[in-house]
Design a protein around this ligand. Structure first.
Ligand SMILES: [Zn+2]
Length: 82
């Protein structure tokens, strides 16, 4: 797999943690213990179809990134089609 793939970690609504691939935007793991991320992420390979959709929807990365969202609420509104 590509070694330059990065993952965004965030707390989910169920008290656990999600790991989202920043390249293809797929949630690669939903775990209770963040120590499980390393294995799941090491097994992840981006699907070319998901990479395509991610390239078409780059703004959703900002929505997934809670820090970015906190700094720019207007960007969140713009990137969420109604
Ligand atoms: Zn990926």
């Amino acid at each position: 797999m590509s070694s330059d793939v990065k993952f965004h970690h965030r707390q989910n609504n169920f008290g656990g943690h999600d790991s989202i691939c920043t390249a293809c935007l797929v949630t690669v793991a939903c775990v209770e213990d963040e120590s499980e991320f390393a294995y799941r992420e090491s097994q992840h390979v981006c699907d070319s179809i998901n990479l395509y959709w991610a390239s078409q929807d780059r703004l959703s990365v900002l929505v997934a990134d809670e820090e970015a969202a906190a700094h720019s609420l207007s960007a969140v509104k713009l990137s969420r089609p109604s």
